[in-house]
Design a protein around this ligand. Structure first.
Ligand code: NAD
Ligand code: MG
Length: 357
């Protein structure tokens, strides 16, 4: 199946198919004629899928080189970025060549920034291998690295030339990472697509979810693509994707970003916002119950023992806090969303309702 992202400057295709790893080279030939591809990947993904992708590219006549860095968020920094530049420069990559990201969001964000800036920008392609990357980070063009001061502080918007998604790669993904991605999928359904949400309510186990991976990914991508097409630079409509993120991000920040997988923090944030929204009369109680039940079934709402002050301190320093007010995304009913502009004091009162203690 092929989905299109339509953007004013340059749109691109998302190819979604089981087993597509072995056909990446052939498909890439349809859009990219350059001689050379740098496969950027991490130490977990390289031994699993590196060779299949490399072989496919070489069968299609590309020269390849592979750069492997240590897996994990800790690598998404300037040092690794310098390493990628070094490999590109030493390998005499030119503007006729390309970078292909093979891995999760860390690989995509980091190598996307390298591609966006090396020689002022060379071709960039994504082969996402985590559920989160397949439904979220590989589409939309946000590329970045972290600084010691915070996550994603140096980056840009740089859309890929194409995205190739093989749902079969999820078979090797740790279950915790599958659920992290599923948190964002549930979010996509909750804010935009009640039918898609209902489809996910049909999953009883992770095995059910993986059996339906192609449809799961497609449903999420349709929501994400719609958002990106409306608002490529994330200044308006795309902010709906922040549902669950204001409080989820505060939870991550208050726990040092290493306690919860991002999508689990988002799940917790969505459940909290749903609870607060019902108390405020902003959400149908039955729909909050459905959202909660789906997240609970997969044990995605962790028990949190943080004080309101800890949480609010972090929410106030959120990068989306403009001049003392924040935009909170709420879901009046499943498949719809609204923005509420709240002062920090109002957010505090809301959060008090939203927390179970
Ligand atoms: P990740 O890239 O760290 O991958 C998670 C783990 O899974 C890693 O250990 C990785 O090596 C491993 N892995 C990847 N694919 C595998 C596979 N098929 N089988 C086995 N192991 C595999 O994390 P992620 O959750 O994919 O991405 C998180 C990053 O994405 C964060 O840095 C976040 O800031 C970024 N992000 C970016 C956007 C965006 O729009 N650009 C959106 C959301 C998140
Ligand atoms: Mg997110």
């Amino acid at each position: 199946m092929k989905l299109e992202v339509r953007l004013p400057q340059r749109g691109y295709a998302i190819h979604l198919k089981k087993g597509i790893l072995d056909g990446v080279g052939e498909l890439l030939r349809q859009t990219f004629q350059g001689p050379k591809v740098l496969i950027a990947t991490d130490s977990n993904v390289a031994p699993l899928y590196g060779e299949r992708v490399r072989n496919s590219l070489e069968r299609a006549g590309y020269a390849t080189q592979t750069f492997v860095f240590a897996a994990g968020e800790a690598s998404k920094n300037m040092n690794t970025l310098m390493d990628v530049y070094g490999v590109l420069a030493d390998g005499h990559f030119t503007r006729s060549d390309a970078v292909l990201a093979l891995g999760g969001g860390v690989v995509g964000d980091l190598s996307g920034l390298a591609a966006a800036t090396y020689l002022r920008g060379i071709r960039f392609y994504q082969v996402p291998t985590t559920l989160l990357a397949q439904i979220d980070s590989s589409v939309g063009g946000k590329v970045a690295v972290d600084l010691p001061q915070g996550k994603n502080l140096v980056g840009n918007f740089y859309q890929p030339g194409a995205v190739f998604i093989d749902p079969d790669t999820l078979s090797t993904l740790p279950e915790a990472e599958v659920l992290g991605g599923f948190g964002e999928a549930v979010k996509h359904g909750a804010i935009m697509d009640e039918n898609y949400f209902a489809r996910m309510e049909g999953y009883q186990t992770i095995a059910d979810l993986l059996k339906d991976s192609e449809k799961l990914i497609e449903g999420s991508l349709r929501v994400k693509i719609g958002m990106v097409e409306q608002d490529e630079r994330d200044t308006g409509a795309r902010m709906a994707l922040n549902f669950g993120h204001t409080l989820g991000h505060a939870l991550e920040a208050a726990t040092g970003f290493d306690r919860y997988i991002h999508g689990i923090a988002v799940a917790w944030g969505m459940a909290a916002v749903a609870r607060g929204s019902v108390a405020m009369g902003w959400m149908k109680a039955e729909d909050a119950r459905r959202l909660n039940a789906l997240l609970e079934r997969f044990h995605m709402i962790p028990e949190v023992n943080l004080s309101l002050d800890d949480l609010m301190g972090k929410a106030a320093s959120d990068k989306k806090n403009f001049g003392g007010t924040l935009t909170l995304v709420v879901v009046p009913e499943l498949g719809k969303h609204e923005f509420k502009r709240l002062s920090l004091e109002e957010l505090r009162r809301f959060t008090k309702e939203a927390l179970p203690w």
